[in-house]
Design a protein around this ligand. Structure first.
Ligand code: PLP
Length: 374
């Protein structure tokens, strides 16, 4: 290119982000991101790493030593979990009730694993009896489930029952907690989850870039005693141990600014208190639910598996989802999303996550949605 491109100053629109993520970033997190960089091996950064890991343990409700932010988006933490825990030739059991179970399957295959399924329709959780049957039929080595399915707005209940079934078959359990960490009750230790990964851009209200991951000793023992190295060098947890473990030796250049952001986002969680935060999400999303129902709209999942952080609202007859979504964006600078996969065109997905989970956003959304549907 001969001449410099005439690109103007960056002025993104000021959207209210009430979709499936990213959620609105807290101003304190934005401020943390504008503080000066230090080196990723600087003793000051090592302290920041320790603090971030402690705060992550608090949010995950775990004592797991192996708790760290993986450099990359939620899919990087997901691939770190699956790619390290599934060895070539092993079998992973994954759910079919949403978009992200499909991604688990794809990652397990690429790790050299065989994939078997436990079925449930999109929009419904897994039934423990079906999980039991799938274990009896296939004896999988690893079981993955999605605690908060962002594509359907379903929260998987009965998690301790699912982990009990898996452990009675000597399998490890990987939980996708991308849309639950920091917003919906999640107890990694009490529920006996072996590995859980998350994304910072949902209920933690942090930009994407450094994604939480925690593994217990059983999971780490498996990682450290693999017969073959993980297929990914970058996400090989036995190598990442050198950086996030005691040694603090170079593996790759950590995304320093994203770690600052995550630390501040997690400090906000600790200040609020994790249980109070879960209660706030339930309260604010409850107001949203009552509001849309009062408008004559239907919230999809049953109360028993309602996911406060992601509300799936059925698109009413005579309306196209994209028409409403575009109207809200163009007239109100407001982001919500449509359905994916089996629910494409069927639902609106309205996020109630982190700093977005506030009453004023509910009032704004209901006013704007009523206008769009008028
Ligand atoms: N799992 C779930 C449940 C998600 O909602 C997402 C993203 O929306 C992911 C995994 C992947 O995360 P990312 O898009 O940050 O890579």
């Amino acid at each position: 290119m001969e001449n410099p491109p005439g690109v103007g100053e960056l002025t993104p629109p000021d959207r209210t982000l009430l979709g499936p993520g990213p959620s609105p970033v807290h101003p304190r997190v934005l401020r943390a991101m504008s503080t000066p960089l230090v080196g990723h091996l600087d003793p000051a950064f090592v302290d920041i790493m320790d603090e971030t890991q402690d705060l992550l343990r608090y949010a995950f409700r775990t004592e797991n030593e192996w708790t760290l932010p993986v450099s990359g988006t939620g899919s990087a933490a997901m691939e770190a979990a699956i790619g390290n825990l599934v060895e070539p030739g092993e079998t992973m059991l994954v759910p079919t009730n949403g978009y992200f179970g499909g991604r688990m399957a794809e990652m397990a295959r690429r790790a050299g694993g065989e994939v078997v399924h436990v079925d449930a329709p999109w929009g419904e959780p897994l039934d423990p009896a079906d999980v039991q049957d799938a274990f009896d039929a296939h004896q999988p080595d690893v079981f993955g489930f999605v605690h908060a399915e962002t594509s359907t707005g379903v929260r998987q209940p009965q998690v301790p029952e699912l982990t009990r079934i898996a452990h009675s078959h000597d399998a490890l359990v990987v939980a996708d907690t991308v849309t639950s960490l920091g917003g919906v009750e999640l107890r990694v230790d009490d529920w006996n989850i072996d590995a859980a990964y998350a994304g910072p851009q949902k209920c933690l209200s942090c930009p994407p870039g450094a994604s939480p991951l925690t593994l217990n000793d059983d999971a780490m023992d498996k990682v450290l005693s693999r017969d073959t190295p993980s297929r990914s060098w970058y996400l090989d947890l036995s190598l990442l141990e050198g950086y996030w473990g005691d040694e603090r030796a170079y593996h790759h250049t950590a995304p320093v600014t994203n770690v600052y952001a995550l630390r501040e986002a997690l400090r906000l969680v600790a200040e609020e208190g994790i249980e109070e935060r879960w209660a706030r999400h339930r309260r604010v999303a409850g107001a949203l639910k009552s509001g849309v129902e009062a408008m004559g709209l239907e919230l999809e999942p049953d109360d028993d598996y309602w996911l406060p952080s992601l509300n799936a609202v059925r698109v009413p007859d005579g309306v196209t989802d994209t028409g409403v979504i575009d109207y809200l964006r163009d007239h109100y600078d407001l982001e919500i999303a449509g359905g994916l996969g089996d629910l494409d065109g069927e639902i609106f997905r309205i996020g109630c996550m982190g700093h977005g989970a506030r009453e004023k956003n509910v009032a704004f959304l209901l006013t704007a949605l009523a206008d769009a549907l008028d």
